[in-house]
Design a binder for this molecule. Structure first.
Ligand code: RP5
Length: 168
């Protein structure tokens, strides 16, 4: 994508099915993003460089998803002053609780905005990135308001459907 403003980075291609949820949100809102694979442990220098150079390339928000001892979001946050959103992957022996703790338990000074484990977290990471960008983009803010209204309308439809079945 041309002139990406969100960097979506993940520890492995095995994280892709989850991180696609964030990508889908960014696409729906028309936010240009760049998707990269890099690992805090397997490719530490590449990861550090990617994070350190992001701001100068025009990136405004970074979403980092990783599993197991998920240090990716923290390592990325250490290398940049851009806001970093972390997504802990499910799976592994501890089913994502390991990744959640590794992502959320940052020492004071280097924050990571940790989302929930798995697909819901990835989806919310996308929305949260849009919310940050919308602070300086009225059109994007309008789209966010529309997104909320559509969700509420969906709940109304579901409620009406349930009421109908109960009446029958
Ligand atoms: C982490 O290790 C990745 O983010 C991934 O969630 C996990 C397993 O990676 P693979 O062995 O599937 O490449 O670094």
């Amino acid at each position: 994508m041309q002139n990406p403003v969100v960097l979506l980075v993940m520890g492995s291609d095995s994280d892709l099915p989850v991180m696609e949820e964030a990508a889908k949100i960014l696409e729906n809102f028309g936010v240009p993003y760049e998707m990269r694979i890099s690992s805090a442990h397997r490719a530490p220098r590449k990861t550090a460089l990617l994070a350190a150079e992001a701001r100068a390339r025009g990136i405004k928000v970074i979403i980092a998803g990783a599993g197991m001892a998920a240090h990716l979001a923290g390592v990325v946050a250490a290398e940049t002053i851009l806001p970093v959103i972390g997504v802990p992957m499910s799976g592994g022996a501890l089913n994502g609780v390991d990744a959640l703790y590794a992502t959320v338990q940052m020492p004071g000074g280097i924050p990571v905005a940790s989302m929930a484990i798995g697909k819901a977290g990835a989806k919310n990471a996308g929305i949260f990135a849009v919310q940050i960008l919308a602070l300086a983009d009225a059109e994007l803010a309008g789209r966010l308001a529309g997104f909320r209204e559509a969700m509420a309308a969906e709940v109304e439809e579901k409620d009406a459907r349930v009421q109908k079945t109960r009446e029958a």
